[in-house]
Write a protein that binds this ligand. Structure first.
Ligand code: BG6
Length: 502
């Protein structure tokens, strides 16, 4: 790996403490950082290098997935950290920073490769990028890269504007847009599995697949993010980015040894083939929901509009379910159902692929299709449901499960693999501008329909699987959401749910 100066805006923020420092530490332990590596943390507060280093150490002791129990190793890691005061709008601060970075690069006698990480609110992205350019921070002899967090715009127009601003300072190949779902090991596996298993590749068509269900349910509510969330809702917070990225990763057909460009261009093709919605059509295929008071794990919780700093008459969506169609040779007539929400019954991100031609049970009317389930988080695994029978028993067909589970404690966190890729300059698991633009384009009519109340707001009790209308969305096509463990759902399905959730 090439020597790198890692310049972190928002170094005293929550994301840095909880995710970025622990990720860097784990990469260091795994010997996955460049041998010459300096971090310049930036913030508005006055801090000495020593205080900053002590804060970084504390965040590692608190949040790292691995215990930092080797003090020598920890010290060695912490020594790479420096701190600079910086007011985002003050040009002199960038100049001072440049001097300090240059001094460090000269001390180490390294090529000035600089990775700028914007762990700050989106309202600062444009100012920072242009100051990086103006100050000369971005024009050294080595490479420069920019990592930015979501949200990338709040609709198509603002995303285009932002991209245009950023592109004055950074070229597309230098911009790494984080979507942390793309850093999840099971999401990256979706592409790898397809490329390396002809059997899966062959099955990935409307000939065999009846429908695909993508769920990301959360038990948390709005938490302390009312100001942001009440103006974003599930559609902007989760659907436009994470959920559509899951759809793209699943629906691509990747040839073996696909390059980063190939992966991203195939994902783009998926987005281009999504059948667009008009605002007046939204109500028919998109369910907008908001949680009311209920119970999570036996504990009572309040409804969304009673949460602190949420307007009592807020119509914000805390849940969204949608039916999407891909108009391409592989997926024509296969519905893709996507749902995500806060204050739902369980924390789970999973993709269920339901195959065609379900088997009719002998004694009752239950149909048992073959299912392929990708558990993405918090548990990670793949389960295939086949139909078999118990030897020596009645001969009834019963589902059996072939399962593979990954060991949670060993798994690198999404931020580790993403930062590692950015250090390498590998953009495969970052959102390309084309994907972001096409996602907003698809979502824009939904935003419009919500704003203009063309789609009704449905309510659901906290601790449920969302509004009943979300179930009806599938029932209309003769399907149901798998593994919601509702009383009316079959016993073996509940057993499967326990099996995949354990
Ligand atoms: C974030 C959203 O991007 O993803 C949060 O802003 C959400 O609202 C989170 O809770 C979910 O991420 P994960 O990895 O816990 O599924």
């Amino acid at each position: 790996m090439e020597p790198t100066t890692f310049v972190l805006f928002g170094a005293t923020g929550d994301l840095a403490k909880r995710k970025i420092y622990p990720a860097l530490y784990n990469l260091f332990v795994d010997k996955k950082l460049p041998s010459s590596f300096t971090v310049f943390g930036l913030g508005r507060r006055e801090l000495t290098d020593e205080t900053f280093q002590a804060n970084v150490e504390k965040s590692i002791l608190t949040f790292s997935r691995r215990k930092a129990n080797d003090p020598v190793q920890l010290k060695q890691f912490i020594n790479a950290f420096r701190y600079n005061v910086l007011d985002i709008g003050r040009k002199e601060d960038y100049q001072k920073l440049l001097n300090r970075i240059e001094q460090r690069e000269q001390e180490l006698a390294v090529t000035p490769n600089r990775l700028f990480y914007l762990s700050v609110g989106p309202e600062f992205f444009e100012t920072i990028a242009s100051n990086i350019k103006e100050s000369g921070l971005g024009s050294a002899a080595g490479w420069k890269r920019l990592i930015i967090e979501k949200p990338f715009g709040r609709d198509l127009q603002s995303a285009r504007w932002l991209n245009q601003q950023l592109s004055q300072a950074f070229a597309e190949h230098e911009i790494f847009r984080i979507d942390h779902y793309l850093g999840k090991p099971m999401v990256q596996k979706l592409g790898i599995l397809q490329q390396n298993n002809p059997v899966l590749n062959a099955l990935w068509t409307s000939r065999y697949i009846a429908n695909v269900q993508i769920t990301a349910s959360e038990t948390v509510g709005v938490e302390e993010r009312a100001a942001y969330y009440d103006h974003s809702g599930a559609v902007r917070d989760m659907f436009q980015n994470h959920m559509l990225q899951l759809l793209m990763m699943l629906a691509t057909h990747l040839p073996k040894n696909s390059s980063s460009e190939e992966v991203r261009s195939r994902k783009k093709q998926v987005m281009e083939s999504l059948v667009p919605l008009q605002p007046y059509e939204v109500a028919a295929s998109v369910i907008r929901g908001q949680y009311q008071a209920g119970q999570i794990n036996g504990e009572p919780v309040i409804g969304y509009t009673s949460e602190p700093n949420i307007a009592p008459d807020s119509m914000n969506d805390t849940f969204i379910a949608a039916k999407l169609q891909i108009d391409g040779a592989f997926w024509r007539d296969v519905p893709f159902y996507i749902r995500t929400g806060k204050r739902m019954k369980e924390k789970s991100t999973r993709i269920v692929i339901e195959f065609k031609e379900p088997v009719q049970q002998r004694n009752n009317e239950t149909k048992t299709p073959n299912l392929l389930v990708f558990e993405i988080s918090p548990n990670e695994g793949i389960t295939l449901q086949l139909n078999s029978n118990e030897p020596g028993q009645s001969g009834d067909v019963e589902p059996i499960h072939l399962a593979f589970h990954m060991n949670g404690s060993e798994m690198p966190e999404a931020y580790e693999s993403l930062i590692h890729s950015a250090l390498y300059g590998d953009a495969t698991y970052f959102a390309h501008w084309d994907e972001v633009e096409l996602s907003w384009k698809w979502v824009d009519p939904i935003l419009k329909a919500f704003e203009e109340n063309l789609a009704p707001l449905h309510y659901y009790p906290a601790g449920s699987y969302g509004p009943a209308e979300s179930d009806e969305l599938l029932a209309r096509d003769g399907f149901h959401w798998w593994f919601d463990s509702k009383p009316e759902q079959a016993a073996e399905e509940k057993e499967f749910a326990l099996h995949v959730n354990k």
